[in-house]
Design a protein around this ligand. Structure first.
Ligand code: SIN
Length: 292
């Protein structure tokens, strides 16, 4: 049944919906939070325009969806918003000669967040505080659509394969602090996951690719793994399947990190971009997290 407090407007044929009618700076009723979690399950990406959120609001709103992770380690260390270890800062801005956030102004390649963990985060939310006049759009791809796009023979070939998700570099290509540059993808650090996963309720199949750089398919030589990965990425990660969000200040975008990948366009480094992100570790019952 449609929820009466907000309306849902799909933004692309494969994923994404804009949610209208909610002011997230105000407390969310448990039933509303629960309906939003259902909408996230269904649409994989939710966009809320025109919000005015403090970091505490961002933590509270995200906390309705489940417990939050701490900000990840980046090329500049573990950068978080003052007073909020869960709020990861993504920015090209420097203050007193030091970066305040991660990922600079370059492209962030297609990836899902922190798939180098045994249990990657369920969802992420990204809130825009400052945006450049050009560039910096964030793209999303449904990994169900990516799987469906594979030719049948390739689907059969990848069905039982596993893939190592690199833990040394982030999506901007930067080495995470404390890691050595990977020299051999067969032995470099990371976590192995099945390449094809199935939705626990619907059974729909999805690809779990993580990110292309430094990935390795278990049991294959590096040359065989590289060739097969290139084939899978070319067949599955297609621009026509993706949807890109053009940011405005005050936008909050949430995505289901298990069934999507995302990327970011580069933007001019003399323009400021400042985003605050939270990561939801596992789905929580929205009503139980209502006060979080
Ligand atoms: C990310 O890769 O999580 C950052 C996306 C963005 O900066 O738009």
């Amino acid at each position: 049944m449609p929820h009466t407090e907000f309306t849902v407007h799909p933004v692309s044929p494969t994923l994404g919906a804009e949610i209208r009618g909610l002011d997230l700076s105000q407390p969310l009723r448990p039933a509303t939070a629960s309906a939003l979690a259902d909408a996230l399950d269904r649409h994989l990406v939710l966009v809320f325009r025109g919000q005015a959120l403090s970091d505490a609001d961002l933590v509270r709103v995200s906390g309705h969806f489940g417990p939050l992770d701490k900000a990840p380690i980046t090329e500049n260390g573990r950068l978080h918003a003052p007073g909020h270890e869960e709020v990861y800062v993504i920015s090209n801005v420097t203050e007193n000669g030091r970066p305040i956030g991660a990922l600079g102004a370059g492209e962030s390649v297609w990836h899902a967040d922190m798939t180098y963990l045994e249990t990657p985060p369920y969802a992420s939310s990204l809130y825009a505080l400052e945006v450049p006049a050009e560039g910096g759009d964030t793209g999303f791809l449904s990994m169900f659509a990516a799987y469906d796009a594979l030719p049948e023979a390739l689907k059969r070939r990848v069905e039982r394969l596993s893939i190592k998700h690199d833990s040394t570099t982030n999506s901007g290509g930067y080495l995470r602090q404390g890691f050595a540059p990977p020299t051999d993808v067969a032995t470099s650090p990371g976590t192995v996951h099945p390449l094809v996963i199935a939705h626990p309720v619907t059974g729909a199949r999805a690809l779990l690719l993580g990110r292309r750089p430094h990935a390795h398919i278990s049991g294959l030589s590096v040359a065989e793994s590289e060739a097969l990965l290139d084939e899978i990425w070319a067949a599955a990660v297609r621009p026509e399947l993706a949807w890109h969000h053009r940011w405005r200040v005050g936008d909050l975008v949430m995505w289901d990190n298990r069934w999507t990948m995302h990327r970011r366009d580069p933007f001019p480094d003399d323009q400021r971009r400042r985003m605050h992100r939270t990561q939801i570790a596992v789905p929580g019952r929205a009503s139980e997290n209502a006060a979080a």
